[in-house]
Ligand binder design. Structure first.
Ligand code: HEC
Length: 105
């Protein structure tokens, strides 16, 4: 096998590895999302996003009514790192799930 051919194969293997790396990012970190929420959002929304807003609804209640959580949070998470954004979306998702569970009881 020629050196050129080996180089091409190595390049192809690297591309596949990179593509696989992008396809499997580390799992979203809800604990990181919780820290971010407490730091930057909880003074107005409380740690559980249930603090009443001026119209009497809460953030968690509003988010429970939205079909796409990441989209609903997009304007507030734009300046965050990828890990912070994914963690926050997962933390909010867990809060929304709890809210829905309580709402049907
Ligand atoms: C200074 C207070 C304050 C802070 C800090 C704050 N919010 Fe809010 N947020 C509000 C208020 C008040 C509203 C409701 C505005 C309204 O009546 O539409 C709101 C609304 C929202 C909504 C819109 C919900 C909807 O669909 O109507 C989202 C999403 C949201 N906040 C997320 C966040 C996130 C995430 C953070 C932290 C990164 C954050 N907020 C930090 C006060 C705050």
């Amino acid at each position: 096998m020629s050196v050129a051919r080996i180089t091409v194969l190595a390049g192809a293997a690297f591309c596949v590895a990179s593509a696989l790396g992008q396809a499997t990012p580390p799992p979203a970190d809800a604990a990181l999302g919780r820290r971010v929420f407490i730091e930057r959002c909880a003074k107005c929304h409380d740690e559980n996003a249930a603090k009443p807003l001026p119209d009497g609804t809460s953030l968690v209640q509003r988010l429970a009514a939205r079909p796409d959580l990441a989209a609903a949070l997009a304007s507030r998470t734009r300046k965050m790192t990828e890990a912070e954004r994914r963690g926050l979306v997962l933390y909010m998702k867990n809060l929304v799930t709890n809210f829905r569970t309580q709402a049907v009881q």
